[in-house]
Ligand binder design. Structure first.
Ligand code: FES
Length: 164
């Protein structure tokens, strides 16, 4: 049983059981609102650690396997802390052919982060995308909601420098 107090999550963030309960209550603890509840919690904490999922499961009387199943099904949910910005390098066909892989290697070198990972300073989370609709000007990279076209290794440094 979890104690009713602030608890460390992965050593970085704290969450409060009362806050979690308040959000669940906002949606009447209805099973059909599970996705919205998880959204609200992720907005509040930045990610969904297992401690929160257990609490959601208990409070809503939904099996933990169902809660974790929803979280792993939807790519917008994350059980790990995320960076302040998300880099998505496109590896769709056009981008792959025109150097997407080199961009990935350059980002790994510049930021010292693996694919799927988050930089130590929590600045960036680094992911792959499958076509972001800029095939004509490949290779493309998306950072948060901004799309950068015809990216090359030289341009990368100045693009990344815009984000803190
Ligand atoms: S394949 Fe990269 S934008 Fe379409």
């Amino acid at each position: 049983m979890l104690e009713d107090r602030h608890q460390p999550c992965n050593g970085h963030l704290l969450f409060n059981q009362q806050e979690v309960i308040k959000i669940i209550d906002l949606f009447d603890s209805k099973r059909s609102n599970l996705i919205q509840i998880l959204h609200q919690l992720q907005n509040l904490y930045g990610f969904l650690p297992i401690e929160i999922l257990v609490q959601v499961s208990n409070k809503m009387s939904v099996p933990l396997s169902e809660v974790t199943g929803v979280v792993s099904f939807y790519s917008f949910f994350s059980t790990q802390p995320r960076g302040r910005h998300t880099i998505r390098v496109c590896l769709g066909t056009a981008c792959y052919v025109r150097g997407g892989k080199k961009i990935i290697e350059k980002i790994q070198e510049l930021l010292q982060v693996d694919l799927g990972g988050t930089t130590e300073d929590q600045r960036f989370t680094f992911e792959i995308a499958r076509c972001i609709g800029a095939c004509g000007l490949a290779p493309a990279v998306m950072i948060d909601n901004e799309v950068y076209r015809q990216v090359n290794s030289n341009k990368l440094k100045s693009i990344l420098a815009k984000y803190d």
